[in-house]
Design a protein around this ligand. Structure first.
Ligand code: ZN
Length: 62
């Protein structure tokens, strides 16, 4: 159940969809990853649900 999961997210800047790898061994984490398309920093909040699947929330870095 634990490991790396690839998830599609939507960039809050350019609205492109792209794939990111989430580390499911950590229950809750927040980090910044640059958009593959426009290279702007996206704040990603990853939380692992009770089903073991990651939920990602993206926002712009303030
Ligand atoms: Zn982008």
């Amino acid at each position: 159940m634990y490991g790396l999961e690839s998830i599609y997210i939507q960039c809050p800047f350019c609205w492109e969809n792209f794939e990111v790898i989430a580390d499911c061994s950590v229950e809750s984490q927040e980090y910044v990853e640059d958009c593959e398309v426009c290279c702007r920093p996206i704040v990603m909040k990853v939380e692992i649900g009770t089903d073991g699947l990651p939920q990602i929330e993206v926002s712009r870095e303030s």
